[in-house]
Design a binder for this molecule. Structure first.
Ligand SMILES: Nc1nc2c(ncn2[C@@H]2O[C@H](COP(=O)(O)OP(=O)(O)OP(=O)(O)O)[C@@H](O)[C@H]2O)c(=O)[nH]1
Length: 382
């Protein structure tokens, strides 16, 4: 298909400008610094591609050398953005690209040396893009579609530039940088359009996924203890409840601190907060990793365990109480002891009825309080 290189370059400019503005707008809401680097990279592509249009009017230095130099700089920005995104400090050796590129300037003659120039320039672009792609590690389960896409698009883009470098040095190939003559130059213009689109979309996709994960995390966690809050507990409980079986029953355990108001009143809110955090730390230490741990509100906590038994729950409660009571007594003296009351209900059939389980746990907890606090009561699930 015939096409006019200047038209393609103009499309490149428009797309890169749209990408730069789009990424900048994303930065306004996401505040992810990588977006600023990426946006700056696309702005450099805009300037470089615009200057590139000048080569057909005889401005070779600006239209070829300078414009392609900006392309290297743009890819350095993409790489720095990815490094920032993955919290990786790039090696200082990349600075060597600056003197290396400047060393190409004396080669400004438009026969043989333009091939060498294009080969080295493409090599720099390819190396930066491949390095940026490699920085995006694809850990199973953690990488989003956007991250995977950005990883592969950057690698493919980098490989394309390596091929371009090899092509430039291959004898007998047509290459005229001033008139955009030669297969590789024309293919490169088309590749540029596709790369801008794919890279910019993957960049926003990968940042959005991370931001959504952060928002979900914030919405489901208690800020003081970092345990799940009621919303997070309700969202995750069904997975554990569905697993219950008479041979491996689960258990719901509700915990309420006794005389907590007294501690708050006597020692201040900070002391109360300290004990809430201590209790959550104990829960993390003493419970299995797959147990669901949540602070439902105030001084009330909920634990959901799978594959357990009444005796295991009793043992766990005794350990929790012993450790918590000792901590509280040691740190903050109160006329009435600050202890733990616990209410548990065993779950021996799969169920999705969390609210009635919470009702039973509450009932058991109420009995523990009524019978003098500092103890566990267990109700069997009918
Ligand atoms: N420090 C602190 N206190 C909180 C927080 N949220 C709720 N509280 C306090 O927790 C206390 C809960 O009081 P209750 O459970 O009704 O009182 P209690 O003294 O523990 O009484 P019993 O449970 O019957 O032993 C109140 O004083 C609340 O102000 C919090 O985030 N930090």
């Amino acid at each position: 298909m015939a096409f006019d290189p200047r038209t393609i370059l103009t499309i490149n400019v428009a797309l890169a400008l749209a990408a730069a503005l789009y990424l900048l707008l994303e930065w306004r809401s996401a505040r992810e610094r990588a977006l600023v680097y990426w946006s700056a990279g696309f702005l450099l592509v805009v300037i470089g591609s615009s200057l590139s249009l000048l080569r057909s009017y005889g401005f070779y230095f600006i239209g070829v050398w300078f414009a392609n130099g900006l392309l290297v700089l743009a890819h350095a920005c993409f790489m720095l953005g990815v490094a920032r995104f993955v919290n990786h400090a790039p090696s200082r050796l990349w600075w060597l690209l600056v003197p290396a590129w400047c060393a190409l300037l004396p080669l400004a003659d438009w026969t043989l040396s333009s091939r060498l120039y294009m080969a080295v320039n493409s090599l720099f672009v390819g190396a930066l893009a491949i390095h940026a792609g490699q920085l995006l590690k694809l850990e199973p389960g953690a990488a989003s579609l956007g991250t995977r896409q950005l990883h592969y698009v950057l690698l493919a883009h980098g490989l394309f530039y390596l091929v371009k470098a090899a092509y430039a040095l291959a004898p007998g190939t047509l290459l005229d940088l001033s008139l955009y003559q030669g297969l590789m130059i024309r293919v490169s213009l088309i590749e540029g359009v596709m790369a801008i689109l794919l890279i910019a979309l993957s960049m926003t996709g990968t940042v959005r996924y991370r931001r959504e994960r952060q928002i979900t995390r914030l919405a489901e966690r208690d800020p003081l203890t970092s345990l799940y809050n009621r919303r997070g507990f309700q969202a995750r409980a069904p997975f554990l409840l569905a697993d219950a079986h008479p041979s491996r029953p689960g258990a719901l355990l509700l915990i309420d601190i006794d005389n907590f108001k007294l501690m708050n009143d006597m020692h201040g809110h900070a002391a109360g907060d300290h004990m809430l955090v201590s209790l959550s730390d104990l829960a993390r230490q003493l419970l299995p990793g797959d147990a669901l741990k949540a602070r439902l509100g105030g001084d009330e906590f909920a634990l959901l365990l799978k594959d357990t038994s009444a005796s295991a729950i009793q043992e766990l409660s005794d350990e929790l109480r012993r450790a918590f009571n000792a901590l509280a007594a040691e740190a903050y003296a109160t006329p009435k002891p600050v202890t733990l009351s616990l209410g548990a209900t065993l779950i021996d059939t799969p169920t999705q009825d969390l609210s009635s389980l919470l009702g039973q746990g509450d009932q058991a907890l109420y009995e523990a309080k009524r019978d003098g606090r500092d103890q566990l009561k267990i109700l069997s699930h009918a």
